[in-house]
Design a binder for this molecule. Sequence first.
Ligand code: MG
Length: 376
Amino acid sequence: MRITALETFILHVPVSGGAIADGSHRVAHWGAPGVAIHTDAGLIGTGYTGTHAHLASDRMITSCIEEAFGPLLIGCDPREVRALWTRLQRHPPLQWVGRAGITHLAHAAIDVALWDLKAQAAGEPLWRLLGGAADQRLEAYDTDGGWLDRSDEQLVAETESRLAQGYRAVKIKVGSRDVRGRLDPARDLQRVASVRAALPADGRLMVDANGAWDLATALEAGRALADLGVAWLEEPIWYDDVPGHARLARELTTPIALGEQLYTLDAFRDFIAAGAVHYVQADAVRLAGVTEWWRVAELAHAHHLPVVPHIGDMMQVHLHLALAHPACTLLEHIPWMRECFVESANVVDGSFAVPQRPGAGTALRADALERFGVGR
Ligand code: MG
C-alpha cells in the first residue's frame, strides 16, 4: 500500500451554548485542521488536531501538512507508521524550525491518519490493533457542564443532569476574576462547594484552572480544595513550570493533573522525573499523534501514574487509546464534534461504548465538510 495524495481540511464546530470560557480562554468554535491521506489501495486515513478555531493559525497547520510534510510521505507505505514518525520528526530542516507548536500539531494530524489507515488495513478498530480487550469498562467524566462563564445555578443543574445520565464524575473550571480583573479564588471555592454539595458521597469532582493562577494563589486555594474532596487540581499554574508544579505536588494533598499543553515526550519526562504530576493528561493531537502518545503512556505507566487523556480530538482517537492502554481507566467527555463522525464516541450509563468500526474513529460523515468546513 502506498500513499498517493494528502488532502487537507479545516472544521470549525460550534461549542455548547454558543461560547464557553475557562480561566485563560474563551471560544465559540472548536477547530479541527486535518488531513485525508489517500492510498493506492483505495483506503483513506483521516487525522486532525484540535485548536481554538483561529483560521490564520489553522491554515499554518494545513499548509505545513501539505507543503512541508506531504512530499516526505508520497509513495510511502502508511503501515510503517512508527518509522514514518521518526522520518517526519527528525527531518533536519523541519526539526530546526519545529519540535513543538505548529509543526507538531501538523505531525499529530498526519500520525493519527496513518494509524487510522493501519487499523483499516488490518480490518480492526484501533483499540484492538493496539491490543485492547472488548469486554472492558471505561468510565466517562464530563467537562461540558462546568465552564467558568456558567452561573452557580447552571453548574448545579448541569451536574444533576449528568448524574441522571449515569455519570459519577464531573470537572468544573476555576480561575474566576473580580470586576477589576484580579484573581478571585474565594469565588472559585464557592463554585466548587456548590457542585460538591450536588454530588453523591461517591461522586468525583475535578477542578481545572487552565494555568490561570500564580503559585501563591494555587498554594492557598489548593489547601482549601482539599477540604472539599477534590479528586485532582488540573493545570493550576503556567503550563511549562516544572518546579512550580513540583512544589504544589509536594505541599498539597490534592493530586496535580496536567499535560494538555505539553508537546513532547521530553516535556512529560521532566514533569514525571520532578514528581510534579499525579494524573498524566497526554493528548495525542498535541503530542505528535498516537505514536508519541503511546510512549508517554508507557513512561507514565512505568512510574505507576494513571493516564487520563485530554481530548483535543473530542474523544474519537483517545477512546481507542484509553481502551488499549492499561494506565487508562477514565476518559473525558465533551460532545461538541459528535455530529462530524461516522461512529461517534458514545457514553451509556457513565461508560463509553466500545467502537466497532475498523480504523481510529476519525472517519468523517459525508456532510461534515459541508456543514462545518471553512475556507482553506
Ligand atoms: Mg484542562
